[in-house]
Design a binder for this molecule. Structure first.
Ligand SMILES: [Zn+2]
Length: 290
């Protein structure tokens, strides 16, 4: 019995040493590589538009959301379109449609760490090879990023934070984004791992090719979703996104949520008119309440 105990103790100490030695490979740099997984860059593959890198936007003031449509000639005019995102999800008008909609299926693999602060959000690029099947279409997961507070609201309730998992259909270039709400509660394991490494300033990024993680730690168990056709929530606001907003939030501690807010400030676009669009929901209701 004693032998087993000491073997286990030795194994634990060995693993701890390994974990610590990884820190030697961590690096923060101000060199920003071409951000090929940036939403606008991904959208360009579907729209054929060239990237308007000299045009700037903000979340308030003269470059704020109410002016986005006119800030970049015709390139950002979609921001004034009729199928824009985010929206307020009015649950009383949502059509539950398990007959025609499929449950979300994901094949997310581990990824190395590549975090970018692009001046508007904190973005985690995802290694190639992770996919999601969303209503018959196989998408590739490209990156995920965060907004404080949430961009979508539910019955006018705004959550503390919203994560966007950006997927692309390799055949058409069209995007599907899974939105996940964050609510204050117990601390989140994965956010805790990276909280000290999130680049604080625009243009900075943090890479660690030796450490791997799974995004699944940031997803709720019950993936019941709201879906509708919309747009990117940043300029050029291209209307090429099928949205999958998960009904169930996940938890993060107040300290974790505040850390993101301190870096990103309020980076949510106000909700847009639904116009004649319909929001549907599916995914099954498991006996699970997070
Ligand atoms: Zn987003």
């Amino acid at each position: 019995m004693k032998t087993i105990f000491f073997r286990l103790l030795f194994a634990c100490l060995f693993l701890m040493t390994l974990a610590c030695s990884h820190d030697e490979f961590e690096s923060t740099t101000t060199e920003t590589p071409q951000n090929i997984n940036d939403e606008a860059a991904l959208a360009a593959a579907a729209t054929g538009k060239s990237l308007s890198s000299e045009c700037q936007f903000e979340y308030e003031g003269e470059l704020g959301p109410e002016f986005w449509a006119t800030l970049c000639g015709s390139d950002w005019e979609s921001c004034g379109g009729s199928s824009q995102s985010p929206i307020n999800i009015e649950t009383s008008t949502v059509e539950h449609d398990d007959d025609n909609l499929e449950p979300i299926q994901t094949w997310y693999r581990g990824t190395s760490v590549d975090i970018i602060n692009n001046g508007h959000t904190v973005q985690f690029n995802y290694d190639a090879g992770s996919t999601a099947r969303l209503n018959g279409i196989e998408y590739e997961l490209k990156q995920f990023h965060f907004h404080t507070g949430s961009e979508h609201t539910v019955d006018n309730y705004r959550y503390d934070m919203e994560m966007h998992l950006v997927h692309q259909d390799p055949n058409t270039g069209l995007l599907a984004v899974i939105g996940v709400f964050f609510k204050e509660g117990r601390s989140n394991y994965l956010l805790g791992k990276f909280l000290n490494h999130i680049p604080k300033n625009e243009g900075e990024h943090f890479k660690d090719p030796y450490r791997h993680f799974f995004v699944n730690f940031l997803l709720p168990y019950d993936k019941t979703y709201y879906t509708y056709n919309g747009s990117l929530t940043t300029p050029g606001c291209d209307e090429i996104v099928t949205w999958y907003v998960l009904k169930n939030p996940i938890r993060a501690s107040r300290r974790q949520l505040d850390a993101f807010k301190k870096i990103m400030h309020s980076n949510y676009r106000p909700v847009q008119d639904l116009n004649n669009r319909i929001v549907r929901s599916a995914g099954g209701f498991l006996a699970y309440d997070d």
